[in-house]
Write a protein that binds this ligand. Structure first.
Ligand code: SF4
Ligand code: SF4
Ligand code: SF4
Length: 277
């Protein structure tokens, strides 16, 4: 498939909005953080968080995934492109690798039309995912307008804008819990504490052999840290709230985005700039 080929299978709205996101990815990430900060403002904060959460669920959001789930997505991808991690390039809070943002299918096609990223094989993508896991990065799969995954991201917790929206601003749909959850085997656990140190969510308590399911992202980093095979990932009892793919939700979210979220974001950024003059 060539870089210039049309964006097959994408809805009109996806064709319209995804290239905007891909072209101005830095601005979009900055805007999302602004939205996060706005969610702490008195009076309007709750409302912003409410709409931002809906936006993450129905429009542009993500969920955590295990290595195995990501490899399945890669295996069935029609096209794969690795692009630089915009969050780490922007925030520069850590030394984690930059070439870890793996776009697939429509995502790869959109970035391709903008001449961004590098076409890679399924094997190379799998290698990046496994290496990132060994480097302690978490995996999040992202959707934009359509429920299908457009990117398999390998994220740190310090720079990643979607993760920060969740961890700092309580907008959980930016990176929802994945479909798997960690479980400790009491018999095999030697209480070394390594899983706890690796957990980005402080969700695992080996001393009591428990994992707080609501806090567990489903990233699987604890599994990698356990030398005694005492942690495993199991299917979550209550699965994710599915991405709603109805026309009504899309129209609703587009309207809310245009008349509420975007003007508020622009206003907030503009007033910040004015303060600096
Ligand atoms: S979502 Fe993750 S991999 Fe993608 S740009 Fe942000 S930190 Fe990088
Ligand atoms: S890493 Fe394994 S052995 Fe160590 S505390 Fe966690 S579950 Fe137990
Ligand atoms: S317990 Fe922590 S490290 Fe393990 S899967 Fe859940 S969030 Fe990830």
């Amino acid at each position: 498939m060539c870089d210039q080929h049309s964006i097959n299978g994408a809805s009109r709205l996806q064709r319209l909005l995804m290239p905007i996101y891909a072209k101005w990815v830095d601005d979009t990430l900055g805007f999302y953080l602004t939205m996060g900060r706005m969610s702490r403002m008195p009076l309007i904060g709750g409302l912003v968080r409410f709409f931002a959460s809906l936006y993450g669920r129905y429009y542009h959001g993500g969920r955590a995934a295990t290595v195995e789930e990501c490899l399945e997505i890669i295996d069935s991808a029609s096209q794969i492109k690795v692009v630089d991690c915009s969050c780490r390039l922007k925030e520069k809070r850590c030394e984690a690798p930059i070439k870890t943002c793996i776009t697939v299918n429509t995502g790869a096609e959109v970035f391709g039309t903008l001449k961004k990223g590098e076409l890679i094989s399924q094997e190379k993508a799998a290698e990046i995912i496994k290496e990132s896991y060994h480097n302690g990065l978490i995996r999040a799969v992202h959707h934009c307008i359509e429920p299908d995954t457009y990117a398999v991201c390998n994220c740190c917790t310090c720079c990643c804008v979607p993760y920060r929206l969740r961890s700092e601003f309580n907008i959980e749909t930016a990176v929802q819990n994945g479909s798997m959850v960690a479980e400790i085997d009491h018999e095999s656990c030697k209480q070394c504490g390594n899983c706890q140190k690796a957990c980005p969510q402080k969700a695992i308590f080996p001393e009591r052999s428990i994992v707080i399911a609501e806090d567990c992202l489903g990233c699987g980093l604890c599994v990698h840290q356990c030398q005694f095979n005492a942690v495993r990932m199991v299917k979550r009892d209550k699965d994710l709230v599915p991405f709603k793919d109805g026309k009504a939700e899309k129209v609703l979210m587009f309207t809310i985005f245009m008349i509420v979220i975007l003007p508020l974001g622009v206003l907030f950024r503009f007033s910040n700039k004015l303060k600096k003059i």
